[in-house]
Design a protein around this ligand. Structure first.
Ligand code: HEM
Ligand SMILES: *[C@@H]1O[C@H](CO)[C@@H](O)[C@H](O)[C@H]1NC(C)=O
Ligand SMILES: *[C@@H]1O[C@H](CO)[C@@H](O)[C@H](O)[C@H]1NC(C)=O
Length: 321
């Protein structure tokens, strides 16, 4: 008797410690269902109207969530503006002249504040906007876990080092994602986000002029709007998916198989290494890609959120209360 009750006590304690230790214990899909029942419809209508004006905005909003989550967790830190005594993440190397969509997030936040003031975090607005962007552009749907709170800090240094650069090789990509609890397969699925959106010449110049694992005519096409010389045409844009640049589908992987990945990091996923087979699977199985992508987005959204009484619910996503 004594032995079995102490066994029960140990198991109970183990469970308690497990749930206390897991930082996302409080995220749930119904977090705002009574405090802000109109939240999801409010976000969705603003996202849809932004995308109807400019399809690329869906890509930009999806990327903001990624760049938020990879820097000390999904805590809205990317949204904070620099001030004279505060250095945020917007001018970090991966974001400067590149991250966009902040005005749309402001519009969503204003609309949400109208229906339920002071209730919904900017971090959660990013998570919902990313999902709505994917759905609006034809990708999979999933239930977004909510209950994140907003950071009171940001880190330009962490943004510089935590977000993988396009020069990354396969091992670097795998280890960066693994260090955040995302598997190699999650990484390949999440990179499928590059089925939408655009990149600047400066992000792919070295690849289109110097690399050999690239389709010749594809390289020439991209060279026509991206001059070889650094400093000229740096901000000229090209679609990440040459086939269907504003549709969320699995054509990104078809491109990789043809050596038409735009970024060096894209082509790393299909370059004779361990991820080739995953790329092949996704390239001819849209349903597998869709379900793996949705599952990986939920995992990415679980990265170190602030919950409970940590952080705050910002009134304005650009600044601390
Ligand atoms: C695997 C590692 C990744 C690398 C190295 C990478 C790198 C990049 C780069 C360099 C750009 C172009 C930026 C520019 O030239 O201004 C870009 C764009 C983009 N990335 Fe990634 N990315 C990665 C993973 C992801 C993930 C996981 C997501 C989302 C879950 C994502 C979503 C996007 C989107 C949607 C765009 C287009 C944004 C727009 O048009 O505004 N990327 N990425
Ligand atoms: C981050 O990178 C940018 C651009 O390379 C650089 O100007 C800045 O000093 C870096 N910031 C930190 C804190 O490392
Ligand atoms: C191509 O590689 C050469 C030799 O490493 C380098 O000097 C040159 O800057 C590279 N060109 C581009 C466009 O990256």
């Amino acid at each position: 008797m004594a032995a079995s009750s102490s066994f029960v006590a140990i198991v109970t304690l183990a469970f308690l410690l497990f749930f206390m230790g897991s930082t996302n214990a409080q995220l749930s899909t119904n977090f705002y269902s009574s405090s802000c029942p109109k939240l999801l419809s409010t976000v969705q209508s603003t996202v849809k109207s932004a995308i109807s004006k400019e399809a690329r905005m869906g890509a930009s909003l999806l990327r903001l969530f990624f760049h938020d989550c990879f820097v000390n967790g999904c805590d809205g830190s990317i949204l904070l503006d620099d001030t004279s005594n505060f250095i945020g993440e917007k001018n970090a190397a991966p974001n400067r002249n590149s991250a966009r969509g902040f005005e749309v997030i402001d519009n969503i936040k204003s609309a949400v504040e109208k229906v339920c003031p002071g209730v919904v975090s900017c971090a959660d607005i990013l998570a919902i906007s990313a999902r709505d962007s994917v759905v609006t552009l034809g990708g999979p749907n999933w239930n977004v876990k909510l209950g994140r709170r907003d950071s009171k800090t940001a880190s330009q240094a962490a943004a510089n080092t935590s977000i993988p650069p396009p020069t990354s090789n396969l091992n670097q990509l795998i280890s960066r994602f693994n260090s955040l609890g995302l598997s190699t397969r999650d990484m390949v699925a999440l990179a499928g986000s590059h089925t939408i959106g655009q990149a600047r010449c400066t992000s792919f110049r070295a690849r289109i002029y110097n690399e050999t694992n690239i389709d010749r005519s594809f390289a020439q096409t991209r060279q026509s709007n991206c001059p070889r010389t650094t400093g000229s045409g740096d901000n000229n844009l090209a679609p990440l998916d040459i086939l269907t640049p504003t549709k969320f589908d699995s054509n990104y992987y078809k491109n990789l198989i043809q050596n038409k990945g735009l970024l060096h990091s894209d082509q790393q996923l299909f370059n004779g290494g361990s991820t080739d087979s995953i790329v092949r699977t996704y390239s001819n199985n849209q349903n597998t890609f869709n379900s793996d992508f949705a599952a990986a987005m939920i995992k990415m959204g679980d990265i170190s959120p602030l919950t409970g009484s940590n952080g705050e619910i910002r009134k304005n996503c650009r600044k601390l209360n």
